[in-house]
Design a protein around this ligand. Structure first.
Ligand SMILES: [Zn+2]
Length: 398
């Protein structure tokens, strides 16, 4: 075997094996996982018996809105969504740190916690134009050696009510956004047919997936969800469509939840949740058991929408698991699959996992196994992306 580029010694693996080393070749891929004497390598990192896990993925966040990188700014928005949208427009343009640098600060937070795959929404509104998208795309480029980032062209101020937004979204896709976003077609736009028809036509024309924010409650949200799923089927976009939040699913009777879950599974529509703070949580167990893909994300982190969020996906998994009453090891393993392998696949990452031949995207932490890693989310010690050390002891190195 050619000399390894790097070896992480003395790892515990998720399957319970201890004293294992993970060797990485010059191509950044895992070349060997084995016990016994560690092979020679250019760089040796001692995991000290810690658990090694494959990369975590954050399937829903907002890099452009964060206030990380700045001194603490008290929450300024009122209690409604419209107030938060207006606060964005008032506060974000005047911040002393450019969007790309605030985004970088948040990306580094995620890296320090082992989050190596991200899907970020980027606001596109008549007021901001394409500036937030440009900054998010620049951050994606700047961190290409440390993580993967999907960018969603997101009409935060609505589509039909915000004149010129369809054209801006189109330009955003031309500039390199990976997916198309949307927002509450009834409640914000009061024109569900108008918004959804416009979005699906654009998505089909550019061959991109679609991921819409759906905060609408109860029956109103369910109506939008039904209209969304019908268009996913009509446009042949099964497997490329996501409903973010889907609070309505937590606010309808169980027979309707079952019917909605069956509809989503049949249409290949995933649900992305952040744990629904302040709103009814969708029934994740029921949805997953019905075959609906579940994604998890941190959503807003220390930003104009709220002060919370640490960019730790294990902590987020614990919050969502706690709210969902997922207590058994089986459920905790399912949650780990949701924030790891399943999310990575949904985020367009072809290869994921601690296996020989796969990219060495991994983290280490002091835990006995996956269930404890989620429930206790202890600090991350080593984080590798494609075989390079990108964070150590809670600090990003890039
Ligand atoms: Zn969001």
């Amino acid at each position: 075997m050619a000399e390894l580029d790097l070896v992480v010694t003395n790892c515990r693996l998720p399957d319970g094996r201890v004293g294992q080393h993970i060797g990485v070749g010059a191509d950044g891929r895992i070349a060997v996982i084995a016990g016994g004497a560690a092979p020679a390598a250019r760089q040796v990192l001692d995991a000290g018996g810690d658990l090694a896990l494959p990369a975590l993925a954050d399937a829903h966040l907002h890099l452009d809105k964060t206030l990380f990188g700045l001194p603490w700014i008290p929450h300024a928005a009122g209690p409604t969504r419209m107030s938060r949208i207006e606060t964005d427009a008032r506060v974000l343009p005047g911040l002393p740190l450019p969007t790309a640098e605030r985004a970088a600060a948040l990306i580094r937070k995620g890296l320090a916690h082992g989050t190596l795959h991200l899907r970020s929404h980027a606001d596109i509104t008549p007021e901001f134009g394409l500036s937030a998208l440009e900054a998010t795309l620049a951050a994606r480029e700047a961190f290409a050696q440390a993580c993967t980032i999907q960018v969603v062209a997101f009409p935060q101020a609505g589509v039909m009510r915000a004149q010129g937004t369809v054209e801006l979204l189109e330009e955003g896709l031309r500039m390199g956004a990976d997916l198309l976003g949307g927002l509450d077609p009834c409640e914000v736009d009061r024109d569900p047919k108008g918004q959804l028809d416009a979005l699906f036509a654009l998505a089909e024309r550019f061959g991109v997936g679609i991921d819409i924010h759906l905060h609408e409650p109860g029956e109103m949200g369910l109506f939008s969800l039904q209209e969304f799923c019908a268009r996913v089927r009509a446009h042949g976009m099964q497997g490329k469509a996501t409903i973010s939040h889907g609070f309505c699913l937590g606010g309808i009777i169980e027979s309707k939840q079952q019917a909605a879950a069956a509809m989503m599974a049949e249409a290949g529509v995933a649900l992305a949740t952040h744990g629904a703070g302040g709103a009814p949580l969708p029934p994740l167990g029921l949805l997953r058991d019905a075959g609906v893909g579940i994604l998890c994300g941190n959503d807003n982190m220390r930003d104009t929408w709220g002060p919370y969020g640490t960019a730790d996906m294990l902590e987020r998994a614990a919050i969502i698991g706690w709210r969902s009453d997922w207590r058994t090891d089986d459920r905790l393993h399912a949650m780990f699959s949701i924030i790891g392998a399943e999310a990575s696949r949904a985020l367009g990452v072809a290869e994921h996992g601690l296996e020989v031949g796969r990219p060495a995207n991994l983290l280490t932490l002091p835990a006995e196994g996956v269930p404890e890693a989620i429930a206790q989310h202890p600090p991350r010690r080593l984080v590798l992306f494609e075989g390079r050390l990108v964070a150590r002891d809670g600090t990003a190195l890039v």
